[in-house]
Design a protein around this ligand. Structure first.
Ligand SMILES: Cc1cc2nc3c(=O)[nH]c(=O)nc-3n(C[C@H](O)[C@H](O)[C@H](O)COP(=O)(O)OP(=O)(O)OC[C@H]3O[C@@H](n4cnc5c(N)ncnc54)[C@H](O)[C@@H]3O)c2cc1C
Length: 449
């Protein structure tokens, strides 16, 4: 039985005997997915079919062909995997997902709607509309966090050190292995069986100027291989070299985690069992569990997570006090986008993101802090940071991104540092500091113009 603490129920809906539907959104995978496992458990109990529904919106939070392409290929693989288990997979296209879900529920007399957890505003609005329609009981399962976000904490946490003990205390209960999805005994037999992916792709109206990248191969199979590869070849170096963007020591798992093609819990179980030193494992699990789940906590409990209103009081005050400080360089959004600043290290980081769809984590901090330094206000810096991050990163539009930007520009989850111009007491990063940590010139050469 799935741990009931992962689940929260909304509404009662009509008492019908139809199939169970998993409205999948954030966790786009078959394996290691508590929401799918719970939906199957419920469908079996009711002796009914199980169908997964995905709502494709034509444009989503500034995503481009790059991210849509990655997601579509992952979903195609998922459809085939679910079919082998006699589980239906249906896609509905439209800009109002709640309307599509309600229409689907009514048309198929769905008896229970299961969905996954997402702290982002837009996803919560969609869900609220379905719940308020009262057409069906809705059960939400947190399939993304190891310790469910609502259970880890009931408030916005101050920093990693305040959420860490709360998460660690509950890991024993929640960091358990997954059962496998079974062949479903009550097949979903609706015709046509196959999704018309060409038709689905045709409904998407996004920015086509940002193309797909071949640096990351989409889908659950590739995600599993990426995890294996990291554990076997790089995990042992992670702790010592993760802040060196030339070292290739990070996991590169974020695109898979973002689209839910990989379960963070599966990654944590695999890492915990790996035959490498305890220090390396702990360093990685701190990022994968504590930092990642802190981001969900921030976005869930802070409605204004992508705005300067979310900055802590000390940071807002100090940034305000330095609002009129002279900026040596001021760039427009387009100059940033085209990597046309005076700083070749910054330009190289921007080019890494443009070309590969993923900037190294250490460079993301430098990159965002320099946007603060080279724009007229923290508001503008945050706006530009969010825009570029969500447009070019494969893992963009993620709680980690909004939190990372709020950390870099607005001191969220950080403390006050020595005061200086523009930044006030918000932590500063410099080119000189980077030179002392890694071979800056080698990185610039890797992403030269
Ligand atoms: C300005 C800025 C923007 C960012 N934008 C994003 C974003 O759009 N999407 C995104 O997923 N992450 C973002 N991050 C967080 C972090 O940089 C990335 O998660 C990481 O670089 C992804 O690469 P990786 O999978 O190789 O990471 P690894 O270092 O191998 O870490 C493994 C996993 O741990 C988690 N993790 C690592 N660092 C952090 C962190 N600082 N905060 C939260 N979780 C973390 C991620 O899930 C990551 O995939 C951002 C950070 C900053 C400072």
């Amino acid at each position: 039985m799935i741990n009931p603490k992962r689940i929260i129920s909304f509404g009662s809906g009509k008492n019908v005997r139809g199939p169970v539907c998993y409205w999948m959104s954030r966790d786009q995978r078959m394996d290691d997915n508590w929401a799918l496992l719970y939906a199957q458990e419920q469908a079996k109990k009711r002796e009914t079919a199980l169908v997964v529904l995905f709502c494709m919106v034509p444009d989503f939070l500034g995503a481009t062909r790059r991210q849509y392409g990655f997601m579509l290929k992952g979903l195609q693989e998922l459809e085939a995997r679910l079919r082998e288990k006699q589980i239906g997979f249906e896609v509905r296209c439209g800009s109002l997902p709640a309307k599509e879900v309600c229409a689907f529920v009514n048309a198929h007399r769905v008896s229970l709607l299961v969905t996954d957890f997402d702290p982002l505003r837009i996803k919560r609005q969609w869900k609220r509309r379905v719940i308020e329609s009262g057409v069906v009981p809705v059960h939400e399962v947190d399939a993304h966090n190891i310790v469910p976000c609502r259970k880890a904490s009931d408030k916005k946490e101050f920093a990693a050190y305040t959420i860490r003990p709360k998460i660690n205390r509950r890991l024993e209960e929640f960091l358990e292995d997954f059962p496998a999805v079974k062949k479903h005994p009550f097949p979903w037999s609706r015709k046509p069986r196959n999704v018309d992916w060409e038709q689905v792709a045709g409904t998407i109206t996004v920015d086509e100027s940002v193309g797909e990248v071949d640096s990351f191969m989409p889908g659950e199979n590739h995600a599993a291989k990426a995890l294996k590869n990291f554990v076997e070849r790089r995990l042992s170096r992670f702790r010592a070299q993760r802040n060196d963007p030339n070292a290739g020591a990070v996991s590169d798992l974020s695109p898979y985690l973002h689209f839910g093609q990989l379960s963070a819990q599966r990654a944590a179980l695999t890492i915990s069992a790996a035959k490498v030193g305890e220090d390396a494992k702990q360093a990685f699990l701190e990022e994968l569990i504590v930092r990642r789940e802190l981001s969900d906590n921030f976005c869930f409990y802070e409605e204004a997570y992508d705005s300067v209103q979310a900055f802590p009081e000390w940071a807002a005050k100090t940034l305000h006090a330095h609002a009129a400080d002279r900026r040596e360089y001021v760039y427009t959004r387009e100059q940033f986008a085209q990597a046309r600043t005076h700083d070749e290290l910054w330009n190289a980081a921007q080019r890494q993101m443009l070309r590969t769809g993923k900037m190294h984590g250490y460079m993301r901090m430098y990159w965002a802090k320099k946007i603060l330094e080279w724009t007229r206000s923290p508001q503008e810096a945050l706006r530009i940071g969010v825009y570029l991050n969500d447009k070019y990163e494969l893992d963009g539009r993620d709680p980690n991104g909004y939190t990372g930007l709020a950390w870099s520009i607005g001191g969220v989850h950080d403390r006050a540092w020595g005061e200086r111009s523009i930044f006030g007491k918000v932590r500063y990063m410099s080119l000189r500091g980077c030179r002392s940590k890694f071979n800056v010139d080698a990185y610039i050469r890797s992403y030269s113009e």
